[in-house]
Every structure is written in structure tokens, then in C-alpha cells.
Design a protein around this ligand. Sequence first.
Ligand code: 7TS
Length: 412
Amino acid sequence: MNDFRKDFPLFKSIDEKNSDLNDSLIYFDTAATAQRPFCVLEAMNSFYAQNNANPLRGIYDLSERATKIYEDARSTVANFINAKEAREIIFTRNSSESLNLVAYTYGMQNVQAGDEIVVSIMEHHSNILPWQFVCQQKGAVLKFMYVDGKTGTIPETEFEKITPKTKIVAVTQVSNVLGTENPIKKIASLAHKNGAVIVVDGAQSAPHIKVDVQALDADFFALSSHKLCGPMGIGALYGKLELLENMPPFLRGGEMIEYVTQTGATWAEVPHKFEAGTVSAGDAAGFAVAVEYIQSIGLDNITKHDSLLACQLVEGLKNIPHVSIVGNQDGNKRCGIVTFTVDGVHPHDIATLLSDENIAIRAGHHCAQPLGEYLKIPATARASLYFYNTEEEIDIFLKKVAKLREWSGYKD
Ligand code: 7TS
């Protein structure tokens, strides 16, 4: 891979106060949020500097330009995940909001007392709490598919929890802790055979692997812009058109209506039915350019690079005494996410000690507490990699990890 670091202002000496630190920063926390390249910042700036008007409502040229940028962004995202039509993409704030949208609309409309919703134990809280809410409101049952801690995968027998009682299966495509990719196509087929819909959390997959929602036969698919180099504050929900058309609105207000009287309202067509109020058009412009930037690098190249680095990292960590990798021990099966513990050093101390070396990783429960409880590992350290990371960075990282116990006072 080329040196993509140069595309990212944060890694350059722009801000004098932070320049030295940013120049040498090893950023291994892309699973929390990716960095933003120049082109994304320029796209957002250009929207506000040259095309700023409230989209979808003005009849003058500037507003029409703003509308075009916003709607073109929708087409770009649709193309990115191979949605059949652009209107199957709803802009939200992030994956969390996308998942909540489905829960509050499809879930509240279609789940009744005694029904079941099936999730996996490796879900991020954003794909558990909305379903807990629906179950609590409706008297339905939330069932968990458990994982094999050694492989980080869901054993086939767990899929038997999907039955005719199941109304919704909500599962992540890639775990933000284990890095595992779940067999979405297979789970979707089981869900459909049992008359359920499948909601796929794509927050960690869309940045790293080629997603084709039609090939997966996903009914809903959630993603966040900020995890794939776009701005924070915008994400998307894909939904099959027929499902979206039959769902009630999520939020009510401006621009999501067809007609309003004193006593009621009728709704705008999909997707605008789900986009109440002034939309985040500047963010949408940045999101679209981020997608195009990722496409220009090529997802196949990104997947390959992430795997290469993850293998180097996993193999290196295996050679350091007292270090354990959580989940699958093959770097090829981790989508660039490597989670580990060091005997006697709390993950928060790992992150703090590495921060002193100008390395950014995340430590803690990673918003997946039920998984930590199930595996009996409540906290871990996590290095998450992307195309702008390099083999040299992994080498430095491994040398520092090898020192963690010494820095913590152990004499081994
Ligand atoms: N689903 C998964 C699998 C995630 O990893 C995250 C964020 C979300 C949903 C929520 O995304 P958001 O954009 O709505 O916040 N995961 C992480 C993480 O692993 N560290 O920080 C955020």
C-alpha cells in the first residue's frame, strides 16, 4: 500500500502545538473512529462556503444545488453497499440511530407479546439496547446466540435459536471486539425461512470489507460515516423499499410530511418520511467524498492490507510472554481488530502506558459488556488498524507492548 498518511492533515505538522506528537502518532483506534483525509474536509468546507442553503425546500438555485449535493450523496452511499435504489438509504446520525430507527418503527409495529428477537452476544450495546427496549415494551423475549470464545465465531447450533417465533434477528457483520465476520447470508436465509427480518449492524464491516446488501439479502443495514473516514454526526440506514414504505415515521417535523391538518398528517415518500427537520447536508457531502476516497483505494486492497497488518500484530503478540489474544488467533480472521490482555497489567494501564509512547489504542469493555461478562474478560486492550497504518508502526507497537510488564514493576 502507498503511504496514505500524507492524505491526513492530523498526521502532519499543521498545528504547531501538536505537530511533533501528531507526526509520530501511532493511531490504532480506527474502530472507535477513523481519521479524516483532506478531501473530506474540503468537501464539507466547500458545501458551506459555496453551496450552503437549506436543502429540499428552496426553489432558488442555491437551494437546488444544496439539494443535489445531498441527494447525490445518497446515491453514492447506495452504490457503496449496492442498494437497489438510492431511496433505500436514509441518512441518520450514526449506526446507533439507524438501529434505533428500526427498533422504534419496524420493531414497535411488528413485535407482539410472546414473540422473540434474536441477537448475538458479541453485539455492541447499540445493537442490544434498542431490542431490549422493544422486548420490554411489547412483552417479547430477547434471545442471545453465544460465541465460541476460542474462535470468536457463533457455532451453527446457536442459529437454532432462530425459530418461527422470531420476528427480528439483529446481528453485527463484524464484531468490534473479536473482529469476527459473521455469516450474514446464512443467518439472513434462516431468518427469512422463519418469517423474520434481519437487521445487520455494519458499523465495523463497511469500512473494511466489500458490502453488498442485495447479495447478503439484508433487510436493514446500519453504518456510520465516521468509521470510514467521513465526518462524525452522519450515518446511514439501508432498508428494503417495501419494508420502509410500510413503516411509520421515526421522528416527526419539517420536510417529512405530505400534508398536515390540525388533527393529523400524511407522510412524505421514503426516504424523506424518515428525515425530519433540516438535514446534515455538509456532513452528507463529506460522507460521499469519504466513500469515494475509500472506493478509489479499493476495498479489496484495504481488506488485504488490514489482514496483513493484523497477522503481523497477532503473530508478534503471540511471541510476547504474558500476552493473550482474545478470540481468533488468526490475523486473517480479525478485520484489523486485535484485542488482547497482558497478565497483571490492567487494560486501562496498557492504554495509558502506550499513550505515553504516543500510541492510541482503546481499552475497556468496548461497549460490549454482555460479551465481556460471557467470556469472563470484563476489560481488554484493543488495537484496531486501517489502510493508513504501516508495518513499521506494528513493529514499534510490539516493542512497546513487550515492555509493559517491566514498566509496571514486574521483573520477568
Ligand atoms: N456497532 C458496532 C459494531 C460498533 O463497533 C459501534 C461503535 C457501533 C455500533 C456504534 O457506532 P456509532 O457510530 O453509532 O457510535 N463502536 C465503537 C468502538 O468499538 N469504540 O468506540 C465506538
